[in-house]
Each structure stands twice: as C-alpha cells, then as structure tokens.
Design a protein around this ligand. Structure first.
Ligand SMILES: Cc1cc2nc3c(=O)[nH]c(=O)nc-3n(C[C@H](O)[C@H](O)[C@H](O)COP(=O)(O)OP(=O)(O)OC[C@H]3O[C@@H](n4cnc5c(N)ncnc54)[C@H](O)[C@@H]3O)c2cc1C
Length: 393
C-alpha cells in the first residue's frame, strides 16, 4: 500500500486549483489534484458571452497549464470517499490515500428538476449563460429577438453566483434599447427572492435599472416547467401557479445540486451540500476532511470571489490543525458583480448575514461604474489566471 499523500484535492475548478496553489506557496510539498477535465474554465465570462461581450475561446486554458508547479495531477474522476481508510476512490477503481482531503467538485446542473427544460434547450427555444454549451446560443437568441415576451431567471440557491444571472438580462435590455426594439419586447424576471436579491443595499441600486428597462419582476417565484411547443413557462409562486404564455425566448438558468457521490458527507438540512463547519471549513464528523467552494455548506451565496477568503482560511487551517493552533474563521464573505447595462457594473460584497462587507472604503462599489465593468470584463480574468489560481491573492 503506497504512503498516503499529504493533501489530496478533488476538483480542478476555481476552488481546487487556487487552494493547490496556496498550499504550495505555504510549503506543502505533496499536493495531489484529482481533476478529470482537459480544460479549466473561467466561468464568470460566460455571462459576457451570453451578453455578446466575450467569446467562448477566451474562457479556457488547458488544465495542464493551470495545475500549480509541483502538484501532482490525476486526470480522473473521484467516485467515493472512504473516511475510515482515508482514501478516495477513482472511477478506474484505484484508491488514493490522504492525510488531509479537500472536496471541491462544485455543483452540477439539474436539468431534470425542471420538466421541459432539457427539450426546450435542445430545440433552442430556451438558452442560458450558465452552461458552456448554451452561452453562445443565448447571445444568438438575444440578437435575433426583435419583439415578443422574454423570460429571464435568477436560480434558487444553491447556485454558482446565482445573482450574476442578472448580467445577461441587463446586457440584453441595453442591446435591445440601442437597436430601438426594447419597446416591442416584454421582459420578465423570475426571482426566488422577496425583493430582487434580498439584499436591500444592492436591491435599491438595481430597482431603478429594472424600471428603466420596464422589466416585470415575479418575486418569490421559480420556474416549475417549460413547454417549448406551447411556448409557455409555468412559475411556482407563493399564490400557486402562474403561467406565462406566448414566450418568444426563455433564458432559464437550471437548478443546481451537489454531485450524488458526496451524499455520505452531506448532513441533515444541508440540501446535499458537504457538511462542514461554515467558519473553519472542517467537516463536522470526518477527521481530515475539508471542503470549500460551491459544494460546501457555508451558509452564504457561492461565488468565485468568496474563494479568495475561503482559500486563505482553509490552507492555513490545514496547517493549524497539524500544529494544534486554533483555527481561522471565514465570515461568509461573498460577491456578486452585476452589469446594469453594456458599459456599467456594480459589485455587491457581503457576508453570510447579508451585511455589506466592502473591500474598498473610499468608493461605493455598489454604484454602477464604467471602471467596474472594465475591471470585471477585462482585468479580472487576467488576475484570475495570473494570481488567483496560483494562490497569490
Ligand atoms: C455563468 C456563471 C457566472 C458566474 N459569474 C461569477 C462572477 O461574476 N463572479 C464570481 O465571483 N463568481 C461567478 N461565478 C461563480 C464561480 O464560477 C463559482 O463560484 C466557482 O467556479 C466555484 O468554484 P468551485 O471550484 O467550487 O466549482 P467549479 O468551478 O464548478 O469546479 C469544480 C470542478 O470539479 C470538477 N469535478 C466535478 N466532479 C468531480 C469528480 N467527481 N472528481 C473530480 N473532479 C470533479 C469539475 O469538473 C470542475 O472542474 C459564476 C458561475 C457561473 C456558472
């Protein structure tokens, strides 16, 4: 039986790669990353692809190029964890032993949760920025739409940065305005929240822009079903069902769920997410198991921006757990960047209680600005690949 690896990370997304980079920087010599994909994607750009402001080609890098120097890459899929023997089982049946294990496989889209969605997507009537396979088609649909009713959605939690689903809505509305057809398009937004995002400090910034584009907002609502043949979208609201008829285009974000194989590590009431202490990121019952990113039950809204803090806390906590020092804590800091038109964007930064947690004191980043749009669209992807994934920030 080979010796266990010092730290094994499952998942080569934002969380897994950034953590691997940070662990190497703080001197961890034996870091293994289990990641089946050939390419790594910077997913925040998907919303700009759907909004016609980026191409798919700009998102991806070969996985080999982002695995931090000195880490071992196992290009396979994990299928189970044996917490008694401290091993991860791979799809080939091989087992990888660990001293500490970090689970970061993210969330997966749950198309079956919305009857009719898979067929609607196959027919091209429904598209979404949230799937790489659909983001370009979403922009084609926006460009082709000149009149009629369109429906956009914010997905229910858990979802990867669900609030950023507002980006394609505002980019589309501004595109239609610039082309003189907005007045012929009846735009609907379906949100699971009582207000736009249930974040008063940012809702008050968003509402005037929704009014500017004459968007009808369906609060506390989710999409229950789609019928691409009848061109209808059925909403589940507080009052029951509400059917939107004659829908020209449905920009519906699928529901998201944790991968099934992590279920033994999920707890009661976590909705399938991995049952970690949201402050320390340590698993509540399995020693040596940690989790971060979208799949972890951190009681905050998942985002890539949240990972900067999580990576810092988790890398340090693995070290501290070995020296017996008290563990660092994560306050649930997260971020939602939202473009309000084709040249301005705002940043909502807050903790798990919804309290604003601005990283910049002098400038109010919840005020939409051109500089923030340029930062989010052009600078952030560079920072991501050059610094964040290398564990530098
Ligand atoms: C359309 C969209 C727009 C977004 N916009 C923003 C934004 O503007 N700002 C922001 O901060 N965040 C944004 N996010 C959220 C951000 O992308 C996620 O929060 C972040 O990617 C989460 O990282 P993760 O590593 O936890 O999960 P992921 O990025 O999903 O990575 C998980 C990785 O694990 C791999 N994996 C899955 N199962 C296994 C397995 N069994 N074995 C091994 N590997 C496995 C997956 O293939 C994947 O590579 C957006 C997300 C989307 C989808």
């Amino acid at each position: 039986m080979p010796a266990p690896h010092d730290v094994v990370i499952v998942g080569g997304g934002n969380a897994g790669i950034s953590l691997a980079g940070r662990l190497r920087r703080i001197g961890c010599r034996d870091v293994v990353v289990i990641a089946p994909d050939e390419d790594h994607r910077y997913r925040p750009l998907l919303n700009f692809v759907a909004g016609g402001q980026a191409s798919l080609a700009t998102l991806s890098r070969p996985m080999r190029a982002v695995i931090p120097d000195g880490c071992t890459w196992i290009p396979q899929r994990a299928v189970a964890v044996d917490t008694d023997t401290r091993e991860v089982e791979l799809e080939t049946g091989e087992r990888v032993g660990y001293v500490d294990l970090v689970l970061a496989p993210g969330l997966e889209p749950d198309l079956e949760a919305t009857p009719g969605l898979a067929e609607a997507m196959a027919l091209g009537w429904s598209t979404t920025s949230y799937l790489t396979s659909s983001a370009e088609a979403a922009w084609d649909a926006i460009r082709e739409t000149r009149h009629g009713r369109v429906v956009f959605t914010i997905p229910p939690e858990p979802a990867p940065a669900g609030g950023t689903a507002l980006k394609p809505l505002f980019l589309a509305c501004d595109h239609w305005r610039a082309h003189g057809v907005l007045g012929d398009i009846d735009v609907h937004l379906v949100t699971p929240f009582a207000s736009v995002l249930d974040l008063p400090f940012v809702d008050r910034r968003l509402e005037p822009h929704l009014e500017r584009f004459d968007v009808t907002v369906h609060h506390r609502a989710t999409v229950e079903a789609l019928d691409p043949h009848a061109r209808s979208v059925t909403l589940r609201t507080e009052d029951g069902q509400h059917v939107l008829e004659d829908v020209e285009r449905a920009f519906v974000v699928p529901h998201w769920r944790a991968p099934g194989w992590v279920a033994p590590l999920a707890g009661d009431g976590t909705g399938g997410l991995i049952d970690v202490d949201p402050a320390t990121l340590a698993h509540r019952s399995a020693p040596g198991v940690w989790s971060l990113g979208d799949v972890a039950a951190l009681q905050t809204r998942p985002s890539g921006g949240a990972l900067r803090r999580q990576v810092d806390v988790l890398a340090d906590n693995i070290r501290r757990s070995r020296t017996g020092e008290s563990l660092k804590t994560y306050d649930g800091y997260t971020i939602i960047p939202i473009a309000v038109d084709r040249r301005r964007l705002l940043l909502a930064e807050f903790d798990r209680t919804g309290t604003p947690r601005p990283t910049v004191r002098r400038v109010d980043l919840t005020v939409p600005r051109r500089s923030l749009w340029a930062f989010d669209r052009y600078l952030e992807p560079v920072v991501y690949y050059r610094a964040l994934l290398k564990g530098r920030v």
